[in-house]
Design a protein. Sequence first.
Lengths: 160, 139
Amino acid sequence: MIFLTRRYHFPASHRLHSPLLSDAENERLYGKCNNPFGHGHDYVLELTVTGELDPATGLLLPVARLDRFVTEKILRLFAYRNINVDVPQFADLVPTTENIVRVIAELVRQDWAKFFGDLKAHVSRVSIQETDRNRVEMFLPVQAGKNFSAERNESVMVYG
Amino acid sequence: MLITRRAEFSASHFCRAAALSDRENWALFGEEAHSAGHGHNFVLEVSVEGEPDPVTGMIVDLKELRDILEREIVSRMDHRFLNYEVEPFAKVVPTTGNIALEIWRRLENKLQAAQFRLARVRLFETPDLYVDVVQPANV
């Protein structure tokens, strides 16, 4: 099996605050991430693609095409944005790193076949690093004949 | 348990598929298609699998792994022009994927002979782009 991983960087701001909790509970749970003014991170996004190498070109997929896809579908939405205010998916969703990974995986799923339907390449992993000490990864099992599976395994890794 | 040794080699390459026209190669590979070549500092991570030895606490002797990587890969690819000097890249496009597969092929038997179980070859072309080979599919 061969996996190709491409890393992207985007700065964005967010605030963790759940409307289902009181102000005091929010502050206790999210701590300084609950600061009403929000705060920012340099997020690192990794997409891992798996599939078969094209025998003529030696490529799983042209990286420039992946870059265009990610720029258009993901970075345009998130880079230099306030995630709570500017990204519609977070109108009613707390922008934890976990939820950001799920939203990005869904964005990839929606348009993957349209952009890469001609290739035998599938996204098998979405990873977001919020800081050097936190990373959330979502593994997307590829089923035969499908570009994407609804079944998901999620993992949270905390370093430091 | 996996244990990983890192090695680096600097090499030049270009990517052009013989089956494609000049225009198609440029459209597909971009600047990588320039036939005079360009270079990268490739970073190779080789992971082998095992459990710590009850006496030594070591999974493998990393010096031995380092020596095998040096002998089989780094000394053959470092400061070389891959398309002209390293087999099979006169005929196979030296994309990061194909270089990683070739490294797997070269290491598999040598590591097995030295009692290592090869689990993963990870090759970084740049810090933002890497390929993993985890099973010898079609090798």
